[in-house]
Design a protein around this ligand. Structure first.
Ligand code: HAM
Length: 433
């Protein structure tokens, strides 16, 4: 007995029916427009990479728990890309001498991670990656912040999101110089600090105690997450270069009028091993969307790992799932189904070829979307089809129209009708007169 194969896609992946592709294309077009205005150029890379590319460079969680990998027929161990940054670093390292600096690149790859699917988290997602290399560091950081703001602005989002900034150097300074935490505790305490805002103070303290972090040290970490932390820390951090970098960035954001979207948040850790400087993570302020909208940071050593000179880079990744959730809850997705274009309809089989010929002539002269009915239909059915196909005009092809080469074009939104030759109708369509 044969078993029916399910019509559902693999868990954590999506089918993109035309209505989904429409939204995705709209989102990506908007992103491409904004990035183009900042001079960023699109690149792409392979979906499969050698396993080792991630083994030493990505986060432990991704490598140990989330990587999809396979062995090819030549016994090579390959990974399906879970993120784009290692591929980008490899590509930049391969041409580091000849690439004109600063390098401003972006990509929108699909990425794979074996996650527990939930709102905002899937196994396959598309991720806008934006990165800049080889400029002055503070200016690169500032440009990335400016770009983030422009992306939201491009979608019409003046509010509803927040970008949280931290600095790896600052976290290291706090852990090593201020708290004297042993090096082997840094990773686990960092993870707890990252999770702390969702835990509440008492759970956070209990989790720290399990790591043998107690007393004043534990209290310091709890206080670090309070809104006035920056003010209280000023004195302790006066010799910390990372703190100075971060405060200078916030001041410059203020000067550019962008400060209200950004805030210092010492709990932002970012799980990747490669970040060395500024780290950032953006959140949707709507309670339904509690997953990060994007995350990124500065990495100074990643390109150098391939041999050759080091080149510092800075960038972020923004997922399509959380972006779409954001745009939907804030009602920023416009009507993408507005009627446009023409339906050419013939009334009997005798005009079949005339309809196809007319459709082609209208397409090239008007440069508009022109569809045909594909079969002879009665007027009532033609109008129903026009509505379903979201066209604005219907052009009828009957015997007398073919003879006179003059056609009636009806605007189904207004009911207006125009009589004209192909050239006249095309002019009207093109100029929307
Ligand atoms: P990431 O924080 O792993 O960073 O991912 C960036 C963003 O991609 C997340 O904030 C989220 O919007 C989206 N994302 C990640 N995983 C998933 C998932 N399973 N389902 C849906 N969306 C997801 C990186 O990947 C870094 N490589 C970004 C980067 C670029 N850093 C510098 N340049």
């Amino acid at each position: 007995m044969t078993q029916n194969i399910s019509t559902q896609p693999y868990k954590g992946t999506r089918d993109f029916y035309p209505e989904d592709c429409r939204v995705r294309t709209w989102m990506f077009d908007k992103l491409r427009t904004t990035l183009g205005r900042f001079g960023y150029e699109e690149y792409d890379g392979p979906m499969l990479e050698p396993f080792e590319l991630y083994a030493s460079k990505t986060s432990e969680e991704i490598v140990n728990e989330q990587l999809y990998w396979l062995v090819d027929r030549g016994d090579r161990k390959l990974a399906v890309r879970p993120e784009m940054t290692p591929t980008l670093a490899r590509m930049v390292a391969a041409r580091i001498q000849e690439l004109p600096k600063p390098i401003r690149w972006f990509s929108i790859p699909n990425l794979w991670r074996y996650e527990r699917p939930q709102r905002g988290r899937l196994r396959e997602h598309w991720q806008l990656n934006v990165d800049v290399f080889g400029g002055s560091r503070p200016n690169e950081d500032l440009e990335i912040c400016q770009l983030v703001h422009a992306i939201f602005d491009g979608f019409g989002a003046r509010s509803g999101y927040e970008v949280r900034l931290n600095h790896r150097g600052l976290t290291n300074f706090i852990f090593s110089d201020l708290l004297k935490l042993p090096a082997e505790k840094h990773a686990s305490v960092g993870r707890l600090l990252d999770a702390a805002p969702k835990m509440g103070d008492s759970k956070f303290l209990a989790a720290l105690a399990e790591e043998q972090v107690t007393g004043k040290t534990a209290q310091f970490l709890v206080d670090l997450l309070k809104p006035d932390a920056a003010k209280r820390l000023e004195k302790d951090l006066k010799n910390c270069a990372a703190w100075q970098e971060l405060t200078a960035l916030l001041q410059r954001l203020e000067a550019l009028g962008l400060r209200s979207h950004f805030r210092f948040d010492p709990s932002v850790m970012r799980g990747f091993m490669y970040y060395t400087g500024l780290v950032l993570e953006a959140f949707d302020l709507h309670p339904d969307n509690n997953r990060a909208l994007f995350g990124g940071g500065r990495y100074d050593n990643l390109v150098g790992m391939f041999g050759g000179p080091a080149l510092s880079g800075m960038g972020f990744g923004m997922g399509d799932v959380t972006l779409r959730n954001f745009l939907e809850v804030h009602q920023l997705v416009p009507n993408l189904q507005a009627a446009n274009g023409v339906l050419v309809a013939h009334l009997s089989e005798a005009q079949e070829l005339d309809a196809l010929r007319l459709a082609d002539a209208l397409r090239s002269a008007s440069e508009q979307r022109v569809l045909t009915t594909l079969s002879a239909e009665k007027p009532k059915k033609i109008f129903a089809m026009a509505e379903r196909l979201r066209v604005q005009y219907v052009v009828f092809v009957g015997d007398s129209e073919v003879t006179s080469q003059t056609f009636a074009m009806k605007n189904i939104l207004t009911g207006d009708q125009t009589l004209g030759t192909v050239a006249e109708l095309s002019f009207k369509l093109k100029t929307k007169s």
